[in-house]
Write a protein that binds this ligand. Structure first.
Ligand SMILES: [Zn+2]
Ligand SMILES: [Zn+2]
Length: 153
């Protein structure tokens, strides 16, 4: 199956590989994508391990409640193998009560001995949008919303 992060790659060679081997997330963006997929899958351990000074994320049960439906990388700055820090601005979408929410953040990542870590992020506020049942699903599947992401709830 194609990866949750929307890279177009197979999950096994994209975020799953980075969940299994942290070093394979060799850019800030690849760690960002792996963390998004970890949120989708409720992988608390990976999220905590890749969060510098993180004081813990929500429990796996809380994470799973969120109906994530897509990730857009808006821009990246530095964050390559040779950099010690990097920034990834992204929009992650989730659905709640037939409304589409956008988590828009500019995340700051740091690299430490070949491992990238999430440090902190600056959030931008967006109002949620109402989702019509017959409209095209925001996940990009091409299906109607009512036959796609709505059914996972
Ligand atoms: Zn991925
Ligand atoms: Zn969908």
């Amino acid at each position: 199956m194609s990866c949750y992060c929307g890279s177009g790659e197979l999950f096994e060679v994209c975020c799953q590989l980075r969940h299994l081997v942290h070093e394979r997330a060799d850019t800030a963006e690849s760690l960002m994508r792996a963390r998004y997929s970890a949120y989708v899958l409720g992988m608390t351990e990976f999220l905590n391990r890749t969060w510098l000074d993180g004081d813990g994320v929500e429990s796996a049960a809380d994470l799973k409640v969120v109906n994530w439906c897509g990730l857009d990388i808006v821009s990246t700055r530095a964050g390559m193998k040779s950099d010690s820090e990097g920034w990834v601005e992204f929009k992650a979408y989730f659905i709640e009560h037939d409304r589409l929410f956008c988590l828009h953040e500019n995340s700051h990542f740091v690299q430490n001995q070949g491992h990238w870590f999430y440090k902190e992020g600056e959030l931008y506020r967006h109002e949620p949008k109402e989702l019509a049942l017959n409209a095209e699903c925001p996940c990009g599947s091409g299906k109607k919303y009512k036959r796609c992401c709505r059914r996972q709830l």
